[in-house]
Design a protein around this ligand. Sequence first.
Ligand SMILES: *[C@@H]1O[C@H](CO)[C@@H](O)[C@H](O)[C@H]1NC(C)=O
Length: 348
Amino acid sequence: MSYLSGLMDYKSRRSFTSFVACCLGAGTIFMIYFNYERDPVRWPAPVQVFKMAPSAAAPEEPKWEDPGPYHVAYPRNYKIIMDDTQVCRSINPFVILAVPVGTGNVAARNDIRRTWGGETLVLGKMVRTLFFLGLPGGEGAEQQQEKLRQENQQHHDLIQSDFKDTYRNLTIKTMMMLEWLAANCDQVSYVMKIDSDMLLHVNNLIKLLLDPKTAKENYMTGLVWWHSPVLRNPFNKFYMPWSVIAESEYPPYPLGMGYIMSLDLPRKILGVSHQIKPIYIEDAYLGMCLKRLGISPTDPPDKDMFLVDPRHPLSDCSLSKVVATTTTSTAQMLSYWSRSQQPDTKCK
Ligand SMILES: *[C@@H]1O[C@H](CO)[C@@H](O)[C@H](O)[C@H]1NC(C)=O
């Protein structure tokens, strides 16, 4: 610095100073802007943001439209290739817990099976958990597929479709889940879609669904985002260009981490989805479909039922009210689950 200032006369030093001030100012504005637009929503799957290679289109890729990076190929011709569950065949549960999960994430599936996903009869109501998957990719895909086959032979709870299982394909996974439900489950009352790193308090879920005030049709609830801005910062994980969505807000939708639907909705949503260009943000996309249907999501009766990034650890009181919450580790999920199995805690 002294070398620099020695070289500069007063005038150039002054302009140097204003140059620095200008840089700092611009930098600050830049930082504020970026922080301001940082994802308001936590997205659980591995981040693969700008790895989209448009040229990766395989020759058998559907010809109609190159989806580009911000909406997804959902040509509705993916096929279910693994599905031998008894759910909706010989068993008709009251509610299905539908868990989208990465193909390699057998640990998460096992944790869920031995905790909330293994609760099959709650308050006299039948509950079943199903995992939704796409195709494993990359090296070792065939071995992984073989492992999945064996896992399913043991548990009969995997539903797999033939699209590539990637973060940017989550909308396809959700739509495939809706297709499976619409095609197979006409005796089921509700579905709850829940991410694999969440804690689900099944007892509280059933209580909510049995509440006479809970609608039986056109019902979708969760942590409803009523005014979710369309993010225009290209460095944001949820960037969406004007060319795809011109509106400044998404229609209201429950956050994707965990939402409940009455079982009439999958068919209704599928019925309008072909009119709406699928974007890669699956929960916002469902909001767009709901809007087209003229259906509004419903706030849960208690705002403490669905928690995103709460202060951990949750108190006994919070835990006694929660339906679903994000967790930060497997150990935390297991600990919350075992605490949730204790008899009701009083809550002032
Ligand atoms: C989504 O799945 C389709 C079908 O398998 C695949 O062609 C496409 O590359 C996948 N997209 C991403 C972003 O992985």
